[in-house]
Design a protein. Sequence first.
Length: 126
Amino acid sequence: MKTILSISIAALALPAAALAHHGWAWTEDEESRLSGEIVSISFGNPHMHLQVKASKGVWEVDLSPPIVAERSGFGPGVAKAGDKVSMTGHRARDHVVLGFKAETITVNGKTYDVYPQRPKTLKPEA
């Protein structure tokens, strides 16, 4: 009986952990900005990902799922390592972690809203 209970609890905990990762709970409520140079870029699922070198170090940046970003015009070929980038979004609540979840991304003079359904308080920098 204890084994069944343990398995049941574990099975319920896994989806909660996945939702926490894919949600916004790990980020601050207030929007902020991040600018730097793209070190690497991945257009894979479940989320697009950038590494961005900024003044405090290399940040891990999550963007929307690729299909959402591509609808905004941000897809393969738009940005590459070495490009300057500025973003609005939410940084990690834990400031030891250089993590950021971007809502808008500006690269090569064009801004892409990769989370168009989310309300925004900051305007992207051109």
